[in-house]
Write a protein that binds this ligand. Structure first.
Ligand code: CDP
Ligand code: MG
Length: 892
């Protein structure tokens, strides 16, 4: 039964506009340039370029001067022409019982939270409720964000089908593709897409409603969106252009949203959707398999299929290649007619999807390169990383590591362990992962062929975003592939780790949708007891300097005031700002000012032009700084190669492992000698040797490309072939990113670089020093040796203990006075890896924030003379903050 909208509702709609909003004072500040005391973050949330124009005095006038925009009128009921079957199916969903409650809450509150078990109908139904109630029009539509691309695409298709309309009306937009039209009224998108739209239109005027789906996943982008939207909703209300915000979560754990005064001053109402959940019996393994969880899963599925009554099986694994190998194994063991050709086709499709994805990405980046005029220092920058790519990347990442068909086939025959195909027990096996073509994904929602059991082999996409009908048995490997951030280098990688208890329970819950079910956990209850309770919000798991840089690029100056649902720690924020100041991405406040800021926790350094450029590169700010400096003297191709090599990490084969036999030891020794020799060759002599290990990276990349990047070359010289291929891919990406910022440079990737000239090497050393400035170390001089443990040691600003140049470094015997390093690893001692020598004269100019100056700098400002390698027109004494104060050094 559809409600008729009453005039009372209209009243409540308009009362929202005039509701007393505690943030309104702050918002008023924002309308008056010059009132810079702004203690509320709203002040900082309004980009300078946003209307109203300077001098507009009062908010009421602002509203009046805003262009009149037709708003969707929620008093009009819009009929939907569903098929009777679809309508019947919908009526079974628990959320239908809550339609009235949800719509009333939405009409009376600007922000509403909807909680309900996965499968209760949140994603598919709530947008339809809103549509029917008139919350969309030509100019203001309903937007729904998903943390995953796969969900954005699948859900837009499903909703279009349920509403019996085409995808011209219910559309999707993911980063490199979309099917939006003029007719679009409901738009599904990834959270990253909406964040980009905020960069262009802060008030999100084309939306009447924004739904943040899967908020419980707490992806960094979802979190930032919630912070931004809490303010956008208030600003829109003031302009009499109300925006509704719906937050949808699969768990009831929403305190981070409701108990957070900073985020939402009035806690939004929470509508709970009670769903029928049948009991699920959880079976733990007695023992936890150490590494072959996939094999253990396989045995479990075989057992279930042979011995237990009818009912679908859902298997949770971690990545695409794993899922494929598993499907192949199952199909071999329990063939159905036509499973073989289907498999072939699936593999072809998956390879095709990957190619298409990569191609569309390249095309989009090229298009971007043409669209941006030149180094653009004033516009908002593009976001460098992420945008819901994580799943795809996690899956591709594995695809690239597991790699060739050969690997998989080998794995197959060995793993089957002589399993005889059981033709009498066919199994309908389907894979499910993010990169799978949408038509193939849709297969899992269709009933299996009559009398044949369904078995879906999935990654964690099946955990909360997609609900598969008819599942009675869940087999959970307990693992998930997650992005892991290296705190030292800021470099990320994908690692397989245990899931949280909450995720494990979500997985188990998939078994009890339609009847009582069973969940088989391939780990012991003791291991489960050690799982973390909830996955920690992503924002607390990673360094935030890149995030802070992005937010500053959005003109959010006082990041500390930003209403994060879960803020990063104060230390993480300060560290991030300090690093960004040192890199020149943020304007350094005067010293006393900064101290005050730290005391009252008011970090508020504005972004610099350099910072805006840096924000456009898809690498950590340290490396972005290197790229930004490399315009000069044609250094870009070299810096790109070095940054790519650093990001990929270990270029050389792992040779430090203990040998199992004498023979192996001999082989290992030989290979180690070869690697050492190649490192010396690539480091060269004189100027180039001073670039140190970074020169080795450059030399290795250059030489390898010169040899056509062949597996033979890598094998002969101790290089990891996969790493070299990855570097080539990254060099391509970074070249595109640089071109996007400044197309007239017209940089094109020439794999075969000429070696840098001697003076280019000197510039490169300065560029590296400028980027790695916080990783500066000073050699302890013999006259200051306190005891033996400091012999040949270096002092760094952050560590009390001596650090040493790693024996694998080409500078191990050189012992330069000052070095920068890429990372410190701790084994028997603290060792610096990736070391490059720095000239003492460069430090005051390149890294002034790491020096204490004795008196003001003399005019004119210090300039570096490349011919002599000296700093000119500059005379003052410098105390290096690196280590103990030294006698003042006079620099001419
Ligand atoms: O968002 P939430 O997890 O609450 O549920 P949903 O995704 O809206 O799914 C509601 C129902 O629609 C589930 O029972 C799904 O099985 C079904 N559905 C479907 O049959 N086909 C799709 N492509 C998507 C959902
Ligand atoms: Mg959902």
């Amino acid at each position: 039964q559809k409600r008729r909208r009453s005039s009372a509702e209209e009243t409540s709609e308009s009362s929202e506009d005039s509701e007393s909003d505690p943030e309104s004072e702050g918002a008023r500040d924002s309308d008056q340039p010059g009132t810079s005391t702004g203690t509320t973050s709203v002040h900082n949330l309004v980009p300078n370029t946003q209307p109203p124009p300077a001098g507009t005095p009062a908010p009421s006038q602002t509203a009046a001067s805003a262009p009149p925009r037709p708003l969707a009128n929620p008093t009009i009921f819009i009929p939907v022409n569903r098929t009777p079957e679809m309508q019947e199916e919908r009526l079974k969903l628990p959320i239908l019982a809550e339609e009235q409650a949800i719509m009333e809450a939405v009409s009376e509150n600007p922000i509403v939270i909807v909680c309900g078990e996965t499968g209760s109908g949140k994603t598919t139904q709530v947008p339809q409720f809103l549509y029917e109630a008139g919350y969309s029009s030509e100019d203001s539509i309903i937007g729904v964000t998903e943390p995953r691309r796969v969900a954005a695409v699948a859900m837009s298709q499903r909703v279009a089908k349920e509403m019996n309309v085409s995808q011209r009306v219910v559309s999707y937009q993911i980063r490199y593709e979309g099917n939006m039209t003029e007719e679009t009224r409901i738009k599904f998108m990834t959270d990253g897409v909406l964040l980009k739209e905020i960069q262009k239109d802060f008030l999100l005027l084309k939306y009447r409603v924004v739904i943040i789906d899967e908020a419980h996943e707490r992806s960094v982008y979802t979190d930032i969106l919630l912070g931004l939207l809490s303010r956008i909703v208030a600003l829109r209300a003031k302009r009499h252009l109300p925006l509704k915000l719906l937050i949808m979560s699969a768990t009831l754990r929403v305190e981070d949203f409701t108990q957070n005064q900073r985020l939402f001053t009035t806690p939004p109402p929470v509508i709970k959707v009670e769903s029928r959940q049948f009991p699920v019996t959880v079976h733990f393994n007695k023992q936890t398999p150490l590494d072959d969880y996939s094999g253990e899963c396989f045995r479990k599925v075989c057992k279930i299929h042979r011995m237990l009554p009818a009912g679908g099986i859902l298997v949770f694994l971690t990545g695409q290649a794993e899922v494929h190998a598993f499907c192949r194994r199952l199909r071999k063991a329990f063939p159905t007619r036509g499973s073989r050709p289907q498999e072939k086709e699936e593999e072809k499709d998956s390879a095709e999807a990957m190619r298409k994805f990569k191609k569309s990405r390249t095309r989009a980046r090229k298009a971007q390169a043409v669209a941006l005029p030149q180094i653009n220092l004033d516009n908002y920058s593009v976001l460098p990383v992420g945008e819901g790519d994580e799943d795809r990347e996690a899956e591709m990442d594995e695809e690239e590591i597991v790699g060739s068909d050969l690997d998989l086939d080998l794995g197959d025959s060995e793993a089957d362990g002589g399993e005889q195909p059981d033709v009498s027990l066919p199994l309908h096996v389907l894979p499910l992962y993010s990169l799978l073509a949408p038509e193939k994904q849709a297969q899992v929602f269709k009933p299996p062929p009559k009398g044949i059991r369904l078995c879906v082999v999935a990654t964690n996409v099946a955990e909360t975003s997609l609900t598969i009908p008819g599942i009675k048995y869940v087999v959970d490997c307990g693992k998930v592939k997650r992005r892991h951030y290296d705190r030292v280098t800021g470099v990320s990688s994908f690692r397989v780790t245990w899931v949280s208890q909450a995720s494990a329970d979500q997985r188990a819950g998939r078994a009890g949708r339609t009847e009582p079910g069973h969940c088989y956990r391939l780990y012991s209850s003791a291991v489960f007891g050690d799982f973390e309770q909830f996955p920690p919000p992503e924002i607390t798991r990673r360094p935030v300097e890149d995030l802070i840089l992005q937010m500053k690029a959005l003109n959010i100056e006082k990041v500390i005031n930003f209403p994060f649902p879960t803020p990063p720690s104060m230390e993480a924020l300060i560290a991030a700002e300090d690093l960004l100041i040192a890199l020149g991405a943020l304007q350094a406040p005067p010293k006393e000012e900064r101290m005050k800021q730290l005391q009252v926790s008011q970090l508020s350094c504005p972004i610099t032009a350099l910072g805006r450029t840096m924000a456009t590169f898809p690498v950590a700010p340290r490396y972005a700084k290197m790229l930004a400096l490399s315009w000069q003297h044609d250094c870009l191709p070299y810096t790109i190669a070095i940054v790519a090599a650093i990001t990929v990490r270990e270029l050389f084969e792992e040779l430090d492992r203990p040998a199992a036999s004498d023979e192996e030891l001999t082989v290992l020794k030989g290979r180690r000698a070869r690697v050492a020799q190649m490192k010396r060759t690539w480091a060269g002599q004189g100027a180039s040797l001073k670039l140190g290990d970074l020169m080795v990276l450059l030399g290795a990349v250059g030489a390898c490309e010169y040899a056509g990047c062949s597996p033979q070359f890598c094998q002969a010289n101790g290089l990891r072939y996969k790493a070299m291929l990855e570097i080539r891919r990254l060099r391509g990406q970074l070249t595109t990113a640089v071109n996007a910022v400044c197309p007239e440079v017209g940089l094109f990737l020439d794999p075969k670089m000429q070696p840098p000239t001697e003076s280019q090497v000197t510039y490169l050393r300065q560029i590296m020093a400028a980027g790695l400035g916080d990783h500066l170390a000073r050699k302890v001089q013999s006259e200051e040796l306190l005891d033996e443990k400091w012999r040949n040691a270096y002092k760094t600003p952050l560590l009390d203990d001596p650090v040493f140049i790693h024996p694998s470094s080409v500078l191990f015997r050189e012992l330069p006075d000052f070095v920068v390093y890429q990372e410190i690893i701790e084994t028997t001692k603290m060792y610096m890896k990736g070391v490059s020598a720095v000239e003492v004269q460069w430090i005051p100019t390149l890294l002034p924030s790491y020096c204490q100056f004795d008196g003001p700098l003399e005019e004119p400002a210090p300039t570096y003379c490349p011919e002599t390698g000296r700093v000119l027109c500059y005379r003052t004494s410098v105390f290096y903050r690196v280590g103990w104060p030294l006698p003042a050094v006079q620099v001419d």
